[in-house]
Design a protein around this ligand. Structure first.
Ligand SMILES: NC(=O)c1ccc[n+]([C@@H]2O[C@H](COP(=O)([O-])OP(=O)(O)OC[C@H]3O[C@@H](n4cnc5c(N)ncnc54)[C@H](OP(=O)(O)O)[C@@H]3O)[C@@H](O)[C@H]2O)c1
Length: 247
């Protein structure tokens, strides 16, 4: 796989899965725009690492759920890197609680960041991709968007929404050379999952046929393929990276 000459914007790239995607795409030759919400130190360190790999890089602070931020971030990416070929909508949050205790703001914030954020950034990005008649978009959903989970009604709804959104735009932009796919990770070891209690984690591990939790790189490797020209004929698909947890 070779992404030399391609430019990629990865949302929520300061940590976890987004960071792994940024490093992997850079290792394949892409120039990278790193988006983050508040972790400027992590973003700057990642930018330095990617610079050392010989790639162009820009770190952009933006809240993906804010329409102005989303537009400015895409503009800044194109200004810094010259174009925008690849978008990975990865930024995401959880605000888990049982439905009966879920506050309006817990619902709204998770939907706004996880689902509306992907809509806003994609809308800004496809304007550039359509002109080039080329684009690769990967949206990060979750197996929870397919299976549902106790205490995650807001998160599951946002991640199920990502799937319907992605299939719609895969159809809408296929004739423009823009391929859109979804990755549904299972349990990946990042800050998002580090706070879960040990008994819960053990119960999950027992359900994973491959016998280990996922690593951010497991997701990044699939993302690298999906955004490359080796992916010529896959669009509108949801691919699980979950060690076989949900078949
Ligand atoms: N970990 C898992 O097991 C798992 C499983 C399935 C799906 N996923 C999905 O994979 C994606 C990445 O998860 P992760 O585990 O890597 O999470 P993480 O380690 O918590 O990192 C989240 C990233 O999203 C960024 N972010 C949060 N809110 C944002 C906003 N409003 N605007 C822009 N960026 C924002 C964070 O930026 P700051 O550093 O600045 O806060 C950070 O870079 C998420 O969509 C998540 O739902 C994760």
């Amino acid at each position: 796989m070779d992404l030399t000459g391609r430019t990629a914007l990865i949302t929520g790239a300061s940590r976890g899965i987004g960071r792994a995607c940024a490093l992997h795409l850079a290792s394949l030759g892409a120039d990278i725009a790193i988006n983050y919400a508040s972790s400027s130190k992590h973003a700057d360190e990642l930018a330095e690492e990617i610079t050392r790999m010989g790639r162009q890089v820009v770190a952009i602070r933006a809240d993906v759920s804010n329409p102005e931020d989303a537009d400015l971030m895409v503009d800044e990416t194109v200004k810094a890197l010259g174009s925008l070929d690849i978008l990975i909508n990865n930024a995401g949050i959880t605000k888990d609680t049982l439905l009966i205790r879920m506050k309006d703001e817990d619902w709204d914030r998770v939907i706004d960041v996880n689902l509306k954020g992907a809509f806003l950034v994609t809308r800004a990005a496809v304007r550039h991709m359509m002109k080039k008649r080329y684009g690769r978009i990967v949206n990060i959903s979750s197996v929870i968007g397919i299976s549902g989970n106790v205490g995650q009604a807001n998160y599951a709804a946002s991640k199920a929404g990502i799937i319907g959104f992605s299939k719609s735009i895969a159809r809408e932009f296929a004739s423009r050379g823009i391929l859109v796919n979804v990755i549904a990770p299972g349990f990946i070891e990042t800050d998002m999952t580090s706070g879960l209690n040990d008994d819960y984690k053990k119960a999950i591990l027992a359900q994973i046929p491959l016998g280990r939790y996922g690593e951010p790189e497991d997701v990044a490797r699939l993302a690298g393929f999906l955004v490359s020209d080796d992916n010529r004929y896959i669009t509108g698909q949801v691919i699980h990276v979950d060690g076989g947890m949900f078949m």
